[in-house]
Design a protein around this ligand. Structure first.
Ligand SMILES: Cc1cc2nc3c(=O)[nH]c(=O)nc-3n(C[C@H](O)[C@H](O)[C@H](O)COP(=O)(O)O)c2cc1C
Length: 303
């Protein structure tokens, strides 16, 4: 089972809340990488039905992926899985909960499940629940981040898992893609790097902010969603979240409630400094491929 079959570059254009939509997934497929959108980006199941019908028609048989939140706070999980069974995305990425229900659906039509996991214990649990592969989330990621070194994480997981594996967190250039593969992953998972692409649903002020930002502008906080996530400092400060009021943050992944916060408080990972411009997704893939080739050709000379 190969997650990179048919791809020009081993890159997962990661699913991003309020950022990834139909255009991004179609552009990723056409550019020869794997794109995904999270189902909560559709407000209703009817909207998700339209999005998936459009993507399925426009990718013309190329690989694409959908991301489902399998946490118990997702009231639409059953509806989303029914639509997934209807449109059969080749890859299903699960997040924030057990992949078991998604596994039953995906395996029913020959799809592959990649479980998004931030640590080794959850990686083992996801595989025990039937996931085919792991989308390992390391330190420095945009959105809800992991905290492990990508090198230590991939090395630990490769001791018990030979199947599909992506690693994400702070990868911002072709050298990072090569490093992910050198570490033992099959592909690099990159979200932040695509926030400013033309096909992204992010507003122009958010896009400009990520183009202008550097590593020093990223802060970690669990105060927005109850789970540690990476944010652009200025937007977090403007929303009043940088002042520690001593309260315990509540976990809240519910899409409706989250939408307001994620719209005003902008998330980005530590690779933000590598974003040079707003550009079509395909141009960004061209740039990444050139950087990746340069590194891969340089490495043998070191032997
Ligand atoms: C703005 C934003 C929103 C995100 N939303 C989601 C999401 O809805 N579901 C999910 O599984 N991951 C989400 N992520 C995490 C990405 O899928 C991916 O794991 C991460 O972006 C990789 O790290 P990087 O941003 O440093 O490249 C989000 C990331 C960002 C930057």
């Amino acid at each position: 089972m190969s997650i990179t079959k048919g791809l020009r570059l081993p890159v997962l254009v990661a699913p991003m809340f309020l950022v990834s939509g139909v255009e991004m997934v179609v552009a990723a497929a056409r550019a020869g990488v794997l794109g995904a959108f999270p189902t909560p980006n559709c407000r209703t199941a009817a909207e998700l039905d339209r999005w998936m019908a459009e993507v399925a028609a426009r990718v013309e048989g190329r690989p694409w992926a959908v991301n489902v939140i399998t946490h118990s706070s997702n009231p639409r999980l059953a509806d989303d899985l029914a639509l997934i069974a209807k449109y059969r995305p080749p890859v299903l990425i699960t997040a924030l909960g057990s992949p078991a229900a998604a596994v039953a659906t995906a395996h029913g039509y020959g799809g592959m499940v990649m479980a998004d996991v931030p640590n080794v214990a959850l990686a083992r649990k996801a595989l025990a629940a039937g996931a085919d592969g792991l989308a390992c989330l390391a330190a420095g990621a945009g959105g809800h981040t992991g905290s492990l070194s990508p090198f230590a994480f991939v090395s630990a997981v490769r001791r018990f898992h030979r199947g599909p594996l992506s690693i994400g967190g702070g990868i911002g250039d072709g050298a990072g893609i090569a490093a992910a593969l050198a570490a033992g992953a099959d592909m690099a998972c990159m979200g932040t790097h695509f926030i400013a692409c033309d096909e992204s649903l992010a507003g122009s002020d958010y896009k400009q902010a990520v183009v202008a930002a550097g590593l020093e502008d990223i802060v970690l906080s669990d105060r927005v969603t109850g789970t540690m996530a990476s944010w652009l400092r200025a937007s977090l400060a403007a929303a009043g979240y940088l002042a520690d009021d001593g309260s315990t943050p509540n976990r809240n992944y519910e899409a409706g409630a989250a939408a307001g916060r994620w719209r005003d408080i902008w998330s980005a990972g530590q690779g933000v400094g590598a974003i040079r411009h707003t550009a079509p997704l395909e141009t960004i893939i061209d740039e990444l491929e050139a950087e990746y080739r340069e590194v891969v050709l340089r490495l043998p000379k070191m032997m």
